[in-house]
Design a protein around this ligand. Structure first.
Ligand code: GCB
Length: 742
């Protein structure tokens, strides 16, 4: 029988590859999981170390009997890993997010050295290369040693489990046909067990297959009842079992309807949830099981029933958690932002491994082919061909699931790319990067009207918020926690009113590292999370969703606990709660009782000094409350945000501008018509884009985006851009433009 042994402890690590092949004295001692970018990948500047680093581990010959094989299993090494064993190169694995295994048996000696050259440097072959997140380097998931008998289930190819269990559910007859397949090295028979049913199949040329019919099935029913069946497969030689693998499956059926959205097990089941990146503050992607568990607990707390696991294959442990907790999952590969003609093989490899390794998770319902792949560069025939190949591959490998794509907002709905996957989905940021909140609603209504036969979803939306930033007049681009609430209240309503959306995912559940970003008072982070990167602080908008999605865990949440010092004499107090009614008290005196609408109750109160604000609500006999303290102050607290911007707004509203000369009131299109003003604008745009990370940089040259931007005035752009352009610079710029005659 196979043995799985811990192999993560006692490694050596060096960044200095000139140390040569020998494990030098200067090497650090590390235990895996490990990344070399947990600090520099999160501190901004887009300057984290991307290169080749070496890991090595010495070990004595394991005790094996003749015929047994020794396999080293890597659960994740990014972005590629070249494994040498006793100085012989055995494999070069170019997928930073999947499991791979190496058979070292034939090269074993009494003392052995396994060396792994892990590389996250830039290339034009391996995805991801351009994207809004840090590409941490390292062996950032566990490593195991597996010892199998001579006769064993296939273990090397694409990190396979060696078996493929495919259930097809019949809801009417409450039965399922379960196709059981296995790939083996040797062996006579495979005995499959699914729940309490068994079946045997002969092995022919390393393949065995049989069907199991199951009556009275217990459905895997999302978060209501995520029932799992245990599956075992035993490889039999003569009358003895020599290998055993196990997995779990869930029996469920799902469909998509152009009007009703997602249907699970025959009933409407609106998919409402969040996206997740796997990294953490200070830890990078080398996260522990406890951290995975905590992420799942937070996602459950918000009441989500779906997770988009962006933008790459996540740990098997997390997909397991999704199965166990009934989450519906969108799984994807990092085919993202910018198409690389030389990356074709890599997309195929990554998809093949994703499907092979994740096939049994009932939580996964779709394979994401790409994300915003048209954001940068032009749309070419090669790009279409790559998508067609990926889509065909998914259907060939998996007849039970659908494919999807997350489109950039500037991809025209008429583009044929949209119909290359079974389902469509858009990432829209109207009300944050560009445009107004209502444009999200308009976009989906137009789309639905113009393409009534298409299934469409909302794969990303969000607004950055630094929880230290607060405002009595929240507006787009200010990075306040307050605006994040305004933004999400609008989108939540937009979603609720459009049941045809097959799934919606907040971008993002957690703040995450994007070392190329520098904005909103934090360097190196994308702050669209509803929870901070250390998972310690739930921003106010978290509770908006919890109030709407979590029906069981009753609560009252007062927004603005971090907005203590308030200049306005009449201030707004907002409560998010999943109770029907809440009552507000100011310094112990009742202010009002209000029914919550979409989980929200808003009060206005007059303040003059230091106050205690309390919200209370009841559910039967149980009372819930929350308390915050606020102070009336004369001067705005500068820690609350980007006051520079308010100064800016003030002067250009007042200043007199000569319309015969160029100014910041002109559109980018008009400014680009004159060579002098064009040079100024281009220079400015380059700087702006650089501060917004790789995705922004990659969008340069996108024709649709350029068309949209050309219609915007510089003033509008500055408002949009938040803190990217300091006030004095805007003034200077306007003075310069005012010297150029139209
Ligand atoms: C997107 C990308 C995602 C980014 C996000 C953002 O559309 O798919 O990777 O992080 O926008 O925050 O700009």
């Amino acid at each position: 029988m196979r043995k799985i042994l811990e192999f993560s402890k006692g490694w050596k690590f060096t960044k200095d590859v000139t140390d040569g092949a020998a494990v030098g004295a200067k090497w650090d001692e590390v235990d895996l999981p490990h990344t070399w970018n947990n600090v520099d990948g999160q501190d901004g500047g887009n300057d984290y170390y991307r290169g080749t680093c070496m890991y090595a581990k010495k070990f004595a010959r394991p005790e094996i009997t003749p015929g047994q094989r020794v396999i080293i299993e890597f659960l994740g090494a990014a972005l590629s890993a070249k494994v040498s064993f006793n100085n012989k190169e055995l494999t070069n694995h170019e997928d930073g997010f999947s499991t791979f295994r190496v058979d070292v048996t034939d090269y074993l000696e009494d003392e052995n050295v396994i060396m792994v050259a892990v590389d996250n440097s830039a290339t034009d072959r391996i995805y991801p290369q351009k994207a809004d997140f840090t590409f941490y380097g390292g062996i950032y998931r566990d490593v195991n040693m597996i010892i199998v008998e001579e006769n064993h289930f296939e273990i090397i190819k694409d990190g396979t489990t060696g078996i493929k269990i495919t259930p097809v559910v019949n809801l009417e007859s409450k039965s399922a046909e379960i196709k059981c397949e296995a790939w083996t090295v040797g062996g006579d028979k495979v005995a499959f067990t699914v729940g309490d049913l068994t079946a045997e199949a002969d092995v022919n040329n390393g393949y065995a297959s049989c069907n199991i019919h199951m009556e009275n099935i217990h459905l895997w029913d999302g978060i209501n009842d995520p029932y799992l069946y245990d599956v075992q497969a035993k490889l039999i030689v003569g009358s003895e079992a020599t290998d055993e693998v196990s997995t779990r499956i869930g029996l469920r059926k799902y469909e998509f309807d152009t009007e009703r959205g997602f249907i699970l097990n025959g009933r409407e089941y609106p998919l409402r949830g969040v996206s997740r990146h796997q990294d953490r503050a200070g830890v990078g992607n080398a996260i522990t099981q406890a951290m995975h568990d905590e992420d799942m607990e937070i996602i459950k707390e918000i009441g989500a029933n779906t997770i988009r696991l962006a933008h790459y294959q996540h740990a098997q442990y997390f997909y397991d958690l999704c199965d166990e907790n009934g989450m519906i999952v969108w799984a994807e590969i990092p085919f993202i932002t910018q198409f690389m003609p030389n990356g074709y093989d890599n997309t195929i490899l990554q998809m093949r491994e994703l499907i092979t390794q994740c096939y049994h998770h009932p939580s996964i319902i779709c394979w994401g082919l790409s994300n915003e792949i048209t954001a940068s560069g032009s749309i070419t025939d090669e790009l279409y061909a790559n998508h067609k190949a990926l889509n065909d591959l998914c259907h060939e490998m998996d007849e039970t699931r659908v494919t999807t794509m997350a489109h950039a907002f500037m991809l025209e709905p008429e583009d044929k790319l949209i119909e290359m996957a079974d389902l469509g989905s858009y990432n829209l940021y109207y009300g944050w990067y560009l445009g107004e909140l209502e444009e999200n609603d308009e976009f989906f209504d137009d789309y639905h009207k113009n393409f009534p036969n298409r299934i469409i979803g909302f794969s990303e939306y969000g607004a950055d918020a630094n929880p230290a930033f607060q405002s009595p007049n929240p507006e787009k681009g200010d990075y306040t926690e307050t605006y994040q609430c305004v933004y999400h209240e609008h989108i939540l309503k937009c979603i609720n009113e459009r049941p045809f959306l097959w799934a919606t995912h907040v971008w993002n559940m957690f703040d995450f590292a994007a070392d190329g970003r520098d904005e909103g008072g934090k360097n190196g982070q994308n702050q669209k999370g509803l929870v901070t990167m250390d998972r310690k602080l739930k921003k106010d908008a978290f509770y908006l969703y919890k109030a709407n999605w979590n029906k069981t865990d009753k609560f009252v949440h007062l927004c603005g606990s971090r907005y203590k010092d308030r200049v306005e004499a009449e201030t707004e107090v907002k409560v998010y709660s999943n109770l029907d009614k809440v009552t507000l008290f100011l310094d112990g005196n009742e202010v009002a009782t209000t029914e919550t609408d979409m989980g929200t109750a808003v009060f206005k109160i007059n303040i003059s000094g230091n106050h205690v604000v309390e919200a209370r609500g009841n559910d039967g006999n149980t009372g819930y409350k929350d308390i915050i303290e606020i102070h009336k102050v004369d001067e705005a607290n500068p820690a609350y945000g980007l006051l520079k911007k308010e100064e800016v707004v003030n002067w250009f509203d007042k200043d007199t501008i000569d319309p015969n000369y160029y100014s910041i009131n002109d559109t980018l299109g008009a400014l680009k018509e004159n060579p002098q003003s064009a040079a100024i604008v281009n220079n400015l745009m380059a700087k702006l884009v650089a501060s917004r990370g790789d995705v922004a940089e990659a969008t340069v040259g996108n024709k649709t985006l350029e068309k949209m931007l050309n219609k915007m005035t510089l003033v509008a752009l500055f408002k949009q851009a938040g803190d990217a352009v300091p006030g004095d610079m805007i003034k200077q710029l306007n003075d310069t433009l005012q010297k150029i005659k139209k």
